[in-house]
Design a protein around this ligand. Structure first.
Ligand code: ZN
Length: 207
């Protein structure tokens, strides 16, 4: 069963060892990634490959439509571990154009449980309904909604208590919003980066 995948795996492990004999032994001891990637489950958006990082360099959380819902225990556990234990320096929320999850959130068809999961995207759509509905091209409208969804998830991450507490402790973390293009393989930085507020120390001293 799945012999081709097992063959691929043996070849991959052998390649890694021939390039760096101590590679797996080192990783076995510990992981110390500097980055947390929050991305879509879409098979066309493989986190490590896109940014050229090896095993051990990227902590990854993926779900349908790259959501960071403040009530989701899975996402929150990943975030807390990344911030409190791994002490990552950067958190990237990475959406992608043509996202099927984003499309499914607003196409009006009923699919069951996933409709509940995608509800936050409908909220984003409703907030920007006028601007989005004014766009004549359906694909461009969907792509814009993908960007707006990333912006909302960046806000969620930055507002999270684990991140806020880390900033209050003086920990250095930046939260970024990116969108990946399936068409050309390139990541676009939406320039939404949120870092520790520079005056947070003085604010803490306020009564
Ligand atoms: Zn997607």
């Amino acid at each position: 069963m799945l012999e081709h995948l097992k063959t691929n795996n043996r070849a991959w492990a052998a390649r890694m060892i021939s390039a760096d004999p101590g590679f797996f032994r080192r990783l076995e001891g510990q992981q110390a990634p500097q980055y947390l990637w929050i991305g879509c489950s879409d098979s066309r958006v493989p986190a490590n490959e896109i940014v050229g990082l090896d095993p051990g360099e990227l902590f990854v959380h993926r779900n349908v439509a790259n959501l960071a819902p403040p009530q989701d225990a899975n996402y929150l556990s990943v975030l807390q571990f990344a911030v409190d234990v791994l002490k990552v320096k950067h958190i990237m929320v990475v959406g992608h154009y043509g996202c099927g999850g984003v499309r499914a959130a607003v196409d009006g068809k009923r699919r069951g449980l996933v409709d509940h999961w995608l509800h936050p995207i409908r909220e984003v759509y409703n907030e920007h309904r006028h601007a989005l509905d004014a766009m004549p091209d359906a694909a461009a409208r969907l792509d814009r909604l993908c960007e707006l969804n990333v912006a909302r998830q960046v806000k969620n991450v930055a507002a999270d208590v684990f991140v806020q507490d880390a900033w209050a402790r003086g920990q250095d973390i930046s939260v970024h919003g990116w969108v990946y293009s399936l068409a050309n393989g390139l990541v676009k930085d939406l320039n939404l980066t949120v870092s520790r507020p520079p005056n947070s120390e003085t604010r803490e001293l306020d009564p």
